[in-house]
Design a protein around this ligand. Sequence first.
Ligand code: FMN
Length: 147
Amino acid sequence: MTELYTLCYKSLVSKDIPEAQVGSVIDSILEKSRHNNAFNGITGVLLYSDGLFFQVLEGTPADVGATYDRICSDNRHTDVEILAEAEVSRRTFSDVWMGFSDLTCFEGTSLRDTCQLMIGSKGLLNTDEMTTVLANVAGLLEHSEAA
Ligand SMILES: Cc1cc2nc3c(=O)[nH]c(=O)nc-3n(C[C@H](O)[C@H](O)[C@H](O)COP(=O)(O)O)c2cc1C
């Protein structure tokens, strides 16, 4: 069976990007990401909220590592910080090359609060916390797609 790896990080949108342009910057990140990720077998999700990114990358350790290295050197964001990384037995986002949710428009749900908490969290999450976070993020995506 192929080895599977998950990495979660958070980062800040670059201060050089005016707020009015963040939406189009995210659109171009997603377009490139979905193209590359389909080719590299990377699944996951990108969340955005008030100047913060949170992303989950899933794939083989080599593909996740190469993708993360490219992402780290991207000047559209700064302060990239790994929150959790672990080998996993299955993908949480198995049919999404890179899902997206803008939590800024998603007020008043406990899922939003969970993600906000996690986005603001300091230091590495442990594996249990990561599993909880991933389950919440997957639920959030389903919820926002149904809306
Ligand atoms: C927040 C954020 C998330 C990104 N996510 C991905 C991703 O999931 N996959 C990817 O290939 N590139 C992603 N990128 C873009 C990479 O940083 C980089 O621009 C891109 O991979 C370069 O691809 P290329 O070498 O094919 O031009 C992301 C960038 C940012 C700022």
